[in-house]
Design a protein around this ligand. Structure first.
Ligand SMILES: [Zn+2]
Length: 186
């Protein structure tokens, strides 16, 4: 699809017109990358996170992890999925993060108003009815965000694959105030 750029900006944020005229969002992102790369200089960094921390967070679009946590390029691993839940694949990433790339702290970030609070495991059954195949994964929907953070901390702490489980802390990010609230693991 041809790209028609009417305005130059350092942001990939499209105008409403751009969306309606069918310009693809991915093209906007690729153009934003070209501007980014033009000013980019190789920081010469090692792949090992400087702060030796892995952050597991929800993929929610309102959660800007680097800004919210004062993180810089190279500081941390960020592992994100729907809900920020600790699935087997998150354990896979944390295991590689700790054993191959030297991190030792784990921070979990859930948030208020998460989409997973409005879903149930019925989502899987409805999917199965629609496509004729049951997904292998759980939806990991939850009702109580605090309890879900506790469960996530527990999954990290009890994983046999991780080298470090002594510094695992869980938080809920308030999307209206930008503040983190720590969850007591007990
Ligand atoms: Zn969420």
């Amino acid at each position: 699809m041809p790209v028609n750029v009417k305005t130059m900006s350092t942001s990939a944020h499209p105008s409403a017109d751009a969306i309606h005229t069918g310009e693809t969002i991915t093209n906007r992102l690729v153009e934003a990358n070209e501007r980014y790369a033009a000013d980019f200089t190789d920081p010469g960094m090692d792949a090992r996170p400087v702060l030796r921390v892995a952050v597991v967070a929800c993929m929610d679009a309102r959660l800007d992890l680097h800004a919210a946590l004062g993180l810089q390029l190279g500081d941390c691993h960020t592992i994100r999925n729907a809900g920020g839940v600790v699935t087997d694949d998150v354990i896979r990433s944390l295991t590689i993060s700790q054993r191959a790339l030297g991190t030792r702290s784990v921070m979990l970030v859930h948030h208020t108003g998460c989409g997973l609070e409005s879903l149930t495991e019925d989502f899987r059954h409805e999917l199965e009815d629609e496509v004729g195949q049951r997904p292998a994964w759980a939806v990991e929907a939850f009702r109580d965000v605090d309890q879900d953070v506790r469960q996530s901390m527990q999954r990290v702490r009890t994983s046999p694959f991780l080298l470090h489980s002594d510094d695992v802390r869980g938080f809920v990010f308030d999307v209206t105030t930008g503040l983190l609230r720590e969850i007591d693991p007990a």
